[in-house]
Design a protein around this ligand. Structure first.
Ligand SMILES: Nc1nc2c(ncn2[C@@H]2O[C@H](COP(=O)(O)OP(=O)(O)OP(=O)(O)O)[C@@H](O)[C@H]2O)c(=O)[nH]1
Ligand SMILES: [Mg+2]
Length: 379
C-alpha cells in the first residue's frame, strides 16, 4: 500500500522480475486497479496484491477506498488472510502533511494496532538522493519514525530503506514468509462484522473529513443563495435575481461531484460488492475487446509482412519497419493478456459466496490451479 507514485508496482516488479504494466493499450478503460502477482519465495507460493494509492489525480479517494473495501471484504468472506503489508513511502518527499498525512492515518486506521507488527514501511527513491544529501535524508527518515511511524515501530513493525531495491524487496518478502502470520484488518471487521458504511469506518472518517466539511459548507451556501433568490423574486428586482441565480449555479457546480463522492462513501458492503462485481465484469469485457482488436491488427500486419517478404522489390528498410510493427503488436497483445490474468475476476458472483475460493486469476497459473494454490497457501 502507499500513496500514488510511492513505488508499489515497482516494488512488485522487483519481486516478480516482470515489468511494471504500462497504462494504455485499451487497459486505461479499466476501472479496477487491484491486481494480483504470483511469485515463489523460500519454497512457498506468494501472492502479492498491488493496490491503488490515495491522492490519485485520476480518481477520488472515495473510489479507491471503495475498491479496497471490495477486495478486503471479498477476502474476509472467504477466510483469506493477509500475511504482511508493505507500505511504500517516497523518501524524497520533504514534507508529510495534508492529503499525504491523512492517507497515512487512514492506512493505520484501516489496519488497526493488531496488524502493526505485520507492516513493513519501505522507503523508496534512495537512488535519487545525492551523496551530500544522504545525512539530511536519514535524519528526515528518523523524524518520520519518531513523529508518524512510532506506533507502528513500537508494535514491532519495521522500517526498511530500499536502497538496493530488488535485494531489499526480496528480503522483506522472505521475512513475511518466515513470520507466517495471518491478519484481519480493523477495516474488514468494521465493514463486515459491524456492517458499517464506508464513511463510518475509522479509515473513512479520516479520509473523508475534508469532503464532509466542504459538503456542509457548500450546502449552507446553497441554502443562503436560494433564500436570496426567493427574496429577489418577491422584490421583483431583476439584478438581484440574476446575481442570486448565478450564485446558485456556481455552488451547484461544486456540489454535484462532491455529492457523488459522498453517496459512494455511504454505501454498505453489499452495495459495494454488487457495484464492483459489475465494474470487474465490464473491465473483463473491455480487456477481451482490446485483446481481440490487437490480435486482428497483428494478423493484418503479419499478412503485410509476408507480402513484403515475397515481393523481391520491397526495400529492406520497409520490411524491417513492418517487422518492428509486428513485434510491437505482439508485445502489446502479450501485455493485455498478462494484465487480464492479473485482474480480480468476477467469478465470485458465478460461484457463490459460500464457496471458499479466491476469485482471482494469477499471472502464471490457470484459474483452477490458482484457486488450489490460494486454498493451500493463503488460508
Ligand atoms: N528513481 C526511482 N524511481 C522510482 C523508484 N520506485 C518507483 N519509481 C518510479 O516512480 C514512478 C511511480 O512508481 P509506481 O511503482 O508506478 O508507483 P505506484 O505506487 O504503483 O503508483 P500508483 O499505481 O499510481 O498508486 C515510476 O516511474 C517508477 O519507475 C525508486 O526507488 N527510484
Ligand atoms: Mg501502481
Amino acid at each position: 500500500m502507499g500513496m500514488t507514485g510511492a513505488g508499489k508496482s515497482t516494488f512488485i516488479s522487483h519481486c516478480t522480475q516482470r515489468p511494471v504494466p504500462i497504462a494504455g493499450h485499451g487497459l486505461s478503460s479499466c476501472t479496477s486497479r487491484v491486481t494480483i502477482h504470483t511469485m515463489r519465495c523460500s519454497g512457498r507460493t506468494v501472492h502479492l496484491i498491488d493496490t491503488p494509492g490515495f491522492d490519485d489525480t485520476g480518481r477520488s479517494d472515495g473510489e479507491t477506498l471503495q475498491e479496497l473495501a471490495y477486495w478486503l471484504s471479498e477476502a474476509y468472506a472467504r477466510d483469506i488472510q493477509v500475511s504482511g503489508i508493505v507500505y511504500l513511502h517516497r523518501i524524497t518527499d520533504t514534507r508529510l502533511q495534508g492529503s499525504a498525512l491523512r492517507a497515512l492515518n487512514a492506512f493505520k486506521s484501516m489496519c488497526g494496532e493488531g496488524v502493526y507488527c505485520g507492516i513493513v514501511i519501505a522507503t523508496t527513491r534512495w537512488d535519487e538522493v545525492a551523496p551530500e544529501q544522504l545525512d539530511a535524508t536519514f535524519e528526515r527518515q528518523q523524524e518520520l519514525c519518531k513523529k508518524h511511524w512510532t506506533d507502528i515501530i513500537e508494535n514491532d513493525g519495521l522500517v526498511v530503506e530500499l536502497s538496493s531495491p530488488r535485494y531489499h524487496a526480496l528480503e522483506i518478502i522472505k521475512r513475511i514468509v518466515r513470520k507466517d502470520r495471518r491478519f484481519v484488518f480493523n477495516f474488514q471487521r468494521q465493514l463486515i462484522e459491524e456492517a458499517q458504511p464506508l464513511h463510518l469506518t475509522d479509515a473513512g472518517k479520516i479520509l473523508f473529513e475534508p469532503q464532509f466539511g466542504d459538503y456542509t459548507r457548500l450546502q449552507n451556501q446553497l441554502a443562503e443563495a436560494q433564500n436570496r433568490f426567493d427574496e429577489a423574486l418577491a422584490s421583483k428586482y431583476a439584478k438581484d435575481q440574476q446575481d442570486a441565480k448565478q450564485a446558485i449555479e456556481q455552488v451547484t457546480k461544486s456540489l454535484t461531484p462532491l455529492e457523488a463522492d459522498i453517496q459512494r462513501m455511504q454505501h454498505r458492503t453489499e452495495e459495494i460488492q454488487k457495484q464492483w462485481e459489475d465494474k470487474l465484469r465490464k473491465d473483463k469485457e473491455s480487456l477481451r475487446q482490446a485483446y481481440k482488436i490487437k490480435k486482428e491488427q497483428l494478423e493484418l500486419k503479419k499478412d503485410e509482412l509476408a507480402q513484403a517478404q515475397s515481393n523481391l522489390t520491397t526495400p529492406v528498410r520497409r520490411e524491417r519497419k513492418i517487422q518492428e510493427e509486428v513485434d510491437e503488436l505482439e508485445r502489446e497483445k502479450g501485455e493485455i493478456y498478462i494484465r487480464s490474468r492479473q485482474k480480480l475476476s468476477s467469478r465470485s458472483t458465478e460461484t457463490g459466496r459460500k464457496v471458499k475460493i479466491m476469485s482471482v486469476v494469477g499471472t502464471s497459473l490457470a484459474v483452477g490451479q490458482l484457486v488450489a494454490a490460494m486454498a493451500c497457501t493463503v488460508m
